[in-house]
Write a protein that binds this ligand. Structure first.
Ligand code: PRX
Length: 634
């Protein structure tokens, strides 16, 4: 029962790639035929990258949840849709068949309606990795509302910003979050955030920890109690292909995170197509992606991609190191996981804990391994290949972004040549190009350049919520007629791509994107701080760590206490994921005469390569560089 669009060999990949390049509309129309549409499209793709204005399957009508759920009931009603593995291995796993998941989604959808949520409304999810999160995502989509999942590690302040930007009228959360041996008070964070979010009328609270948090009369309701009486039947709202499906906030080079907008039809087609092909999912396989649904990886490859293909998807509540660093491998053996998809940072963290933890599990079931989120270094790649894949499993190194909605450059299971640290070849329908600083295409191989995409693909972002101009400036204004990814890449002699990393002011900490300006804004809100500059530096486990240069007010004791206070401010403003690893106090920053901070210099110092600083003659105050070099924290 593999979908027709699943590629079966490298030769077929090459054929399909050519076909999609020559006739993108014909190619995608054929893929789209595999789905259930209430009405077919009038046109496959209309686009121009100036505004930008991109439409896929315009005129078509559908509901993505009919494709994730209803469509499978006849043939896969009793097949497991979700296997939920709890944080604590002593607790019971939850298994939901497609029929059960369908019922639960309908119940939740009816509950949302009862509280007045309508088509087009925004609902914010701030939740742990429990089945109700996936159910809520689908329920929101079922009634035509728009989900905005906020990773539950963000602070109240960051959550409030995101709720206000999208003007959400409902938040779904939990009392607390079980994470390893810690419990985190999610509801308390929501309460704090909602002090400044007047648009929110209702909060649904899932009981995860058995706590009794503050419940505001007329606003807060226990999810489990409310849902019990809801009908298990709910007609899906009929959506236009280009109606909004979700908003997902991501960091860019400016201070304010932007709400990346994805729409129903194109996202559905590409999430399903890429899942099936990259992971080479077969009907009885069990697939596990360890990401959090708070990030795009969870949206596309825990929820939508797998369910659209009728797959069994594992959802994991916990962390890789609890109760010990063998937890991932224990779960793989327990559920017979066939495809395992994780992040390089997790691999490096587990690698640092020694091989014993992985060697005590058989991992026999694994067929395909995947990585995502950041470049994988060769050492981690080899460890993953040898100890987890037992040298028999391909590793798909999947390059993509929140904005791309789905995997763009990657191997396809065992149908692609393996090349450690290389993402590889683009998927059919994806047309990457490398350009120089001026936007001239570099056509040869064995080159390096800025990675752009020159033709639209179905799951590309359509806008940034509430500010379309920002979308244009960020992605479509650098080079004419191309989507600019913000990444630099190399293309080797065989045409395989290797992603080098961001070329803009975005750093990638443990696979999480952080805008330097965003972290600087947070640091600057500390009353002792006059000015700051943030850069990334190589970090053994996290890939990149945050290095902050800080100017404090006169008389401030530049000591550990001040450092701790600054870290506290960042945790308050953004969350723990943005904690600066190193804080160097400085009396000034290297600036050009026009006042621009020369980050190149700060980056070199933070990387410990300050011997070669290049030309510093344009600096306003060259002396400050010596001081910064001398104060380097190694
Ligand atoms: O720099 C690239 C890096 O992660 C960025 C996208 O981050 P985000 O939108 O948070 O999505 C992460 C999960 C899709 C990219 O611009 N990145 C992602 N995957 C890879 C990668 N860098 C190298 N290799 C990858 N496989």
């Amino acid at each position: 029962m593999q979908p027709k669009y699943q590629i079966q060999s490298f030769e077929e990949y090459q054929e399909k790639y050519k076909l999609a390049q020559e006739n993108p509309e014909g190619f995608w129309a054929e893929v789209a035929e595999e789905f259930q549409w209430r009405k077919k499209w009038d046109s496959v793709c209309q686009w121009e990258f100036k505004t930008p204005d991109v439409k896929w399957f315009d005129g078509a009508k559908l509901n993505i949840t009919e494709n994730c759920l209803d469509r499978h009931l006849a043939t896969r009603g009793n097949k497991l849709a979700i296997i939920w593995e709890p944080n604590d291995p002593r607790d019971r796993a939850i298994r939901l068949t497609y029929r059960e998941l369908h019922e639960k989604v309908c119940q939740m959808a009816n509950l949302l309606k009862k509280f007045g949520v309508k088509k087009g409304d925004r609902v914010c999810l701030y939740m742990p990795m429990v089945p109700e999160l996936a159910i809520a995502v689908l329920a929101i989509a079922r009634i035509g509302a728009i989900h905005s999942v906020v990773f539950a590690g963000f602070s109240a302040h960051a959550l409030a910003d995101r709720i206000n930007d999208a003007q959400c009228n409902m938040v779904i959360t939990s009392d607390g979050i079980n994470r390893g041996n810690k419990q985190i008070p999610a509801k308390r964070v929501v309460d704090e955030a909602l002090k400044t979010c007047p648009s929110v009328k209702t909060v649904l609270v899932k009981d995860c920890c058995g706590w009794t948090p503050h419940m505001e009369e007329g606003r807060d309701y226990w999810l489990d109690e409310e849902i019990e009486t809801m009908s298990r039947v709910c007609q899906a709202e009929v959506m236009d292909a280009e109606d909004l499906l979700f908003i997902l906030y991501t960091s860019g080079s400016t201070g304010k995170p932007k709400g990346v907008v994805h729409t129903c039809g194109g996202y559905m087609v590409y999430a399903a197509y890429s899942f099936s092909n990259v992971f080479q999912y077969q009907e009885s396989d069990v697939y596990w992606c360890t990401a959090d649904i708070g990030w795009i990886t969870g949206h596309s490859y825990i929820v939508y991609g797998p369910l659209l293909n009728g797959a069994t998807t594992v959802m994991f509540e916990g962390v890789p190191t609890f109760p010990d660093p063998g937890r991932f491998w224990q779960v793989c053996d327990k559920h017979g996981v066939n495809q395992f998809y994780t992040a390089p940072t997790a691999i490096r963290a587990l690698m640092a804990c020694g091989e014993d933890h992985v060697l005590s599990y058989s991992l026999d079931s694994i067929k395909v391994l995947g990585t995502v989120g950041e470049p994988i270094n060769e050492e981690a790649w080899r460890w993953y290949h040898i100890h987890v894949g037992k040298e028999k499993c391909p590793i798909v190194d999947t390059w993509w972004q929140t904005e791309t909605g789905g995997i763009m450059i990657s191997g396809l299971g065992n149908h692609s040549p393996l090349n450690p640290t290389h993402a590889g070849y683009p998927l059919p329908g994806i047309q990457p190009i490398l350009v120089d600083e001026k936007g001239n295409e570099i056509t040869e191989n064995e080159v390096e350049g800025l990675l752009c995409i020159k033709h639209p693909w179905p799951s590309m972002l359509r806008s940034t919520y509430g500010d379309h101009e920002r979308c244009r400036i960020t992605y479509f204004s650098h080079f004419e007629n191309m989507y600019f990814t913000g990444d630099g890449a190399k293309r080797d002699k065989n045409g395989m791509y290797r992603i080098i990393g961001r070329v803009d002011d975005v750093i990638n900490v443990s696979g999480h994107r952080m805008g330097t300006a965003e972290v600087e804004n947070a640091i600057n809100s500390n009353p002792h701080v006059v000015e700051s500059a943030v850069v990334g530096y190589p970090h053994d486990i996290k890939g990149q760590g945050i290095y902050a240069y800080v100017i404090t007010e006169e008389g401030c004791p530049n000591n550990e206490n001040t450092r701790a206070e600054i870290v506290e401010t960042v945790v308050h403003e953004i969350g723990k994921i943005a904690k600066p690893e190193k804080i160097q106090f400085v009396s000034g920053l290297p600036k050009t005469r026009s006042g621009k901070i020369m980050r190149r210099i700060l980056r070199k110092v933070a990387e410990g390569t300050a011997d070669n600083l290049g030309d510093t003659s344009t600096l306003l105050d060259p002396d400050v560089v010596e001081e910064i070099k001398n104060g380097y924290i190694g």
